[in-house]
Design a protein around this ligand. Structure first.
Ligand code: DSN
Length: 420
C-alpha cells in the first residue's frame, strides 16, 4: 500500500498531501461519529487490489463478461461467510451503498405506491425510511411511527393499530440515530398480523449482531436484514442484503440488473475478508467493548446532568440534547468539539423544532474509538473533555488546553492500518 502511495506522491503532489493530511487528522483526533470506524488493515489492502480493474456484471456463474474465475470465487466466499455469520439463507453482497441497498429491497419486493411502516426520521429513522425529501418517500407511501423520547420505548399497541389501518406491505425497524435496542418479537408479530414482510435496517449495528453483542433479527424470524459494511463491521464502504430463501431471486434481480451495473469487486473482496475477521473470537470481544464503552460514556453525561435522548443507551451511540443541556445548538457543539479534535455530528432529535443544519443535538458513538483500543477509563476522560468544552464553547484557553491533551492522548492509540 505504501508503495502505491509513494507513486502517487510522484504523480500528484496535491492529492498525496491531502491523503497525508487526512492520515494526520485521523491520528491526532478522536473519532466519535457513530457510523464511522477504522476499516481493518486487510480491508484497505483488498480495496487497493487488482480487483478494482474488473467488471463483473451478473452473479457467480452467470456473468456478462469473461475472466471471472477469481471474482466468482471471492463473491461466493463473501456470500457464504455472510450467510454463516448472520445465520440466514441468502446474501447479496453487491450493493454499493446503504441507500441503494434499501432501495433495492423496496423496488424488488413492492410496487410503487405500496405502504411501508417505518420509524420517523427525527426519532432515529433513516432518509431511506421514507423521509419526504428522499426519492423513496415519493415513490412509496410511508407511514411513520415514533418513540417516547423520554425512554425510547415504542407504543406497540399504537403501531399495531396504525398497521391495521394502513395495511403496510413491509414493516421496517432499524435506525440511524436511536440509542436503544429493538424488540424484534413485537415488530415481527405486527408484520405477521397484517401479512407484511418484516425487515430490519441494521446498518449501524450489523457488526454488533455479527459479534453477538446485539440480537439477530433472523432469530426472531425476520424476512430481510440490510446492513452497511463500513460501520460497526469495519469493512469496505457498501451494503449487504441478507434474506430468507423466498426473497433471494427477487432481491438479486433488484440489485442487478434492476438498480446497479457492475459491482465493485475490490469492495466485494474486502467484504469477504471482513466477514472472516468478524467471525473470530476477537471480534466478539470488540463488539462487547463497543457497548461497554458506550454505556460508560453515557454514565459520565448522566452524572453531569446532561440531557441524553431516551436517558441512556443500549447500543453503540448516545444522542445529546445540547440545546437543553448546554444552551448551544448541535452545529455549535459539533464545531466546538472539532476545535479540540473530537469529531461528532450535529443531529436532529425527536420532533426537533430546529432545521437539520442547525439541529438541537449531537450524536456520539464508540465503534471507532474502540477499534483504536480505547477502553472504559478512556471513555471517562473523553466524556469529561466533551462536557468541559460544551460548557465553555467561547473559552479559547480551555479549548486550547483540551486540544493539547487530546493530541497527547491520541499518541497512545495507533490508528489501525496507519503507521504511527
Ligand atoms: N450516514 C449514515 C449515518 O451517519 O448514520 C446513515 O446514512
Amino acid at each position: 500500500m505504501r508503495e502505491n502511495l509513494e507513486s502517487l506522491r510522484n504523480s500528484d503532489e496535491e492529492l498525496y498531501a491531502s491523503i497525508t493530511n487526512e492520515e494526520q487528522r485521523q491520528r491526532d483526533g478522536i473519532e466519535l461519529i457513530p457510523s464511522e470506524n477504522y476499516a481493518f488493515p486487510e480491508v484497505l489492502a483488498a480495496l487497493g487490489s487488482v480487483f478494482t480493474n474488473k467488471y463483473s456484471e451478473g452473479y457467480p456463474g452467470r456473468r456478462y463478461y469473461g475472466g471471472q474465475e477469481n471474482t466468482d470465487y471471492i463473491e461466493n466466499l463473501a456470500r457464504e461467510r455472510a450467510k454463516s455469520l448472520f445465520k440466514c439463507d441468502h446474501a447479496n453482497v453487491q450493493p454499493l451503498s446503504g441507500s441503494g441497498m434499501n432501495q433495492a429491497v423496496y423496488l424488488g419486493l413492492l410496487n410503487p405506491g405500496d405502504t411501508i411502516l417505518a420509524m420517523d426520521l427525527s426519532h432515529g429513522g433513516h432518509l431511506t425510511h421514507g423521509a419526504p425529501v428522499s426519492h423513496m418517500g415519493k415513490l412509496f407511501n410511508f407511514v411513520r411511527y415514533v418513540t417516547d423520547p423520554s425512554d425510547g420505548s415504542f407504543d406497540f399497541d399504537q403501531i399495531l393499530k396504525d398497521a391495521k389501518e394502513c395495511r403496510p406491505k413491509l414493516v421496517l425497524c432499524g435506525y440511524t440515530s436511536y440509542p436503544r435496542d429493538i424488540d424484534y418479537e413485537r415488530f415481527k408479530a405486527i408484520a405477521d398480523e397484517v401479512g407484511a414482510i418484516s425487515m430490519t435496517d441494521a446498518s449501524h449495528f450489523g457488526g454488533l449482531i455479527a459479534g453477538e453483542a446485539m440480537a439477530n433479527p433472523f432469530d426472531y424470524g425476520f424476512d430481510i436484514v440490510t446492513t452497511t459494511t463500513h460501520k460497526s463491521l469495519r469493512g469496505p464502504r457498501g451494503g449487504m442484503i441478507l434474506c430468507k430463501e423466498d426473497y433471494a431471486a427477487k432481491i438479486d434481480k433488484s440489485v442487478f440488473p434492476g438498480l446497479q451495473g457492475g459491482p465493485h469487486m475490490n469492495a466485494v473482496a474486502a467484504l469477504a475478508v471482513t466477514l472472516k475477521l468478524a467471525a473470530l473470537p476477537d471480534f466478539k470481544r470488540y463488539a462487547d467493548k463497543v457497548l461497554k464503552n458506550s454505556k460508560t460514556l453515557a454514565n459520565v453525561f448522566i452524572k453531569s446532568d446532561t440531557k441524553l435522548i431516551t436517558g441512556g443507551t443500549d447500543n453503540h451511540m448516545l444522542v445529546i440534547d445540547t440545546l437543553k443541556s448546554y444552551g448551544i445548538d448541535g452545529r455549535m457543539a459539533e464545531e466546538t468539539l472539532d476545535k479540540v479534535n473530537i469529531t461528532t455530528n450535529k443531529q436532529i432529535i425527536p420532533d426537533d423544532p430546529n432545521p437539520p443544519l442547525r439541529p438541537s443535538g449531537i450524536r456520539i458513538g464508540t465503534p471507532a474509538a474502540t477499534s483504536r483500543g480505547m477502553r472504559e477509563s478512556d471513555m471517562e476522560r473523553l466524556g469529561a473533555w466533551i462536557d468541559q468544552c460544551l460548557r465553555a464553547p467561547d473559552d479559547k484557553a480551555c479549548l486550547q488546553k483540551v486540544k493539547k491533551e487530546v493530541v497527547d492522548f491520541c499518541l497512545q492509540f495507533p490508528v489501525p492500518g496507519l503507521a504511527s
